[in-house]
Ligand binder design. Sequence first.
Ligand code: BES
Ligand code: MN
Ligand code: ZN
Length: 480
Amino acid sequence: MKYTKFDKSKKYDLNIIFVFEDNLASINRVVDKGPASDDIKMSISNKVITGKSGARNMLASKMYDNSYYFIGLGKKSELTIQGFEKNLKAALKEINSYKISTVSIDLTNLKIKNFDIINASIIEIEKSQYSYKGTTTSELKICALKISSALNDRQFNKTISESIAVSNGINKARMLGDTPSNICNPTFLAKEAKKLEKIHKSIKVEILDEKQMRSLKMGSLLSVSQGSKQPAKLVIIKYTPIKKKQPIVLVGKGITFDTGGISLKPSANMDEMKYDMSGAGSVIGTMQACAEMNLKNNVIGILACAENMPGSQATRPGDVVTSMSGITIEILNTDAEGRLVLCDALTFCKKYKPRYILDMATLTGACLVGLGKYPSGLFSNSSELSSKIKKSADNTGDRVWELPLYQDYFDEIKTNFADIQNIGGRYGGAITAAAFLATFTKDQKWAHLDIAGTAWEIGQDKGSTGRPVKLLTDFVMTNK
Ligand code: BES
Ligand code: MN
Ligand code: ZN
């Protein structure tokens, strides 16, 4: 897709205009005088155009100079980025089925920061062009953005190219998530990371194999892959263009398939466990976006990749392993494997002297039960860091909700047979999982995002969402 500034001397096949239910009159400002304007006034008084969230109206006639597509956004005072995106996404699904090649989109009336609204628009448009099978029907080629005049050409072009970089990162994460586990195994993820190094000179990738992880004493991570024929990989993606600046470290859960191991999962919907590497996918997507934007910040991505299978060498419930930190772990449930790979990656990453550590993981079904599929669960030992993450969530509409880490949750993972056990009691499973991770990051500014509910969509739109790439790229852009 090519993005340009709106040019009123040009004609576009369709002109997209946002309407608010409490500010309908403002439409008149943007449509042509004459028959179009008369018909629109009538549509408003007949309540055909309502501006309600979810309402969409196409208005075209050979009597008009231009065709219009109105997208309702509800009340102006209640507008949020995610509300904007949701309505634009639904509209694009329709618009992409029309045989048109140029659209304009009017962003002038939205009172959200230029960058954030342009970013949100481009990301939704680019996302709407993605299809795992490569069978998109869209014929759209040019999108002209009408914005408030505050941006000069240079700023406009910079915003566009940054937004495209973020979109590409999101679509990369989606592609990786959607790729089935017979292809997307730990070795595949390592190769995908390695590809970044080829494309971007600013990126360096290191891959640790099981032998190297054994000599680092990563007994916890290796206990997960021991039931599978696929060897585990620890992948380090370095993007550090600034000298002597402590990096932000992003750690991703990369379980390329989660059968549960000996604590086998039920068969229903087990296919969804191909998405259990979405944390790692979001790290790859974010690293790619940083390099593509030429971002002036240091970021290191770590992918903890393994396949959780119930092979003959698999961990038995009750087995005790020693993690890289020296902390011993009694594995009571082999399906709580994400925390087992992450804890060693979290210990390992300290050697980079991180400014902040963020880990992303499809960690618990409990998070999905507790929060639903709208926000990612946020956990942190630093209120400074969690505020910054919430700020990025607000900027991007990639929402998070913070849950507490009281001492009581840590008490639940005590055991007679090791330093800690890998599951808590019956309740609050997302939090006991986070408490497990927090045990390994006590001396660091650390946050954990449980993306079990947000990394993929179910139902008709089944597929990877690419979340939280948008949140993470905003975080690294705004915390230089
Ligand atoms: N990958 C799953 C979490 C998951 C489940 C994400 C369903 C999305 C949908 C994770 O490895 C897991 O199996 N967690 C267990 C933990 C339990 C054994 C303490 C869970 O949530 O049931
Ligand atoms: Mn599991
Ligand atoms: Zn898992």
